[in-house]
Design a binder for this molecule. Structure first.
Ligand code: MN
Length: 231
């Protein structure tokens, strides 16, 4: 087969403790999945889950020194951090019951759903799609994936984001409104999940702006930390 131009490279995330790479298919994101964050965004805290997507090439990986460099994106003056647990799907499926959902997970990682909040808010106000606020280049920094087989139960893990050494977001996965398994059930009712899909599972309260020079450090118990410098 001949291509009109060379196909774009597959976007990959490294697997911790291995030379394997996890090839990314799609990036799904869950909106408002921690009650206090839902309230800070103007919701009631108890709403059915909703989803949006980022392109696979929004993935931003740490460089050789362990920190990812995220260029401050254009068109915004209010770039927000959202620390999130990322679920990496190993086995796809549709209409996956919550009781079976964990068997479809390859592993977990720490991710940041970086958001042009001013543009997202403007789109919300106008009832227009969020793409410009959520789906831009480098908007999905992600740390190495740890295989689920190497992890225990994640449901009580602590999730923390520090900016320049100060804690901005801190919660536990026990505070997810829709659990990881319930999220997979709901998502797979709407789309056929495939191996390589990533799911950003939502952020706890405390989202706020960052500026060039800031160092973001995200941690979730048991996972490799994620460091991102805004440049
Ligand atoms: Mn988010």
């Amino acid at each position: 087969m001949s291509f009109v131009f060379a196909p774009h490279a597959v976007n990959c995330v490294p697997v911790h403790g291995s030379s394997l790479m996890f090839p990314v298919h799609r990036i799904y994101c869950v909106g408002r999945n921690y009650e206090e964050h839902a309230i800070e965004m103007g919701g009631t805290g108890r709403e059915a889950p909703f989803f949006f997507m980022k392109p696979a090439d929004a993935v931003l990986l740490p460089g050789p020194d362990g920190a990812a460099e995220m260029p401050y994106p254009p068109l915004t003056s209010n770039l927000h951090h959202e620390i999130e647990l990322v679920v990496a799907i190993g086995t796809g499926g549709k209409n996956i019951p919550a009781a079976d959902a964990l068997h479809h997970i390859y592993g977990y990682a720490v991710g940041l759903d970086m958001t042009r909040r001013d543009l997202q808010n403007e789109m919300k106000k106008q009832g227009r799609p969020w793409c410009i606020g959520k789906g831009f280049e480098h908007s999905a920094p992600i740390g190495p994936i740890t295989p689920a087989a190497q992890l225990g139960d994640m449901s009580q893990a602590e999730i923390v984001l520090n900016v320049n050494g100060l804690t901005r977001q801190k919660s536990t996965l026990a505070h997810l409104i829709w659990s990881i398994a319930e999220t997979i059930e709901q998502l797979s009712a709407a789309w056929t999940l495939q191996s390589g899909d990533l799911i950003f599972t939502g952020t706890p309260a405390g989202v706020a702006a960052v500026v060039p020079g800031d160092l973001l450090q995200g941690q979730i118990t048991g996972l490799q930390p994620l460091r991102v410098r805004i440049v």
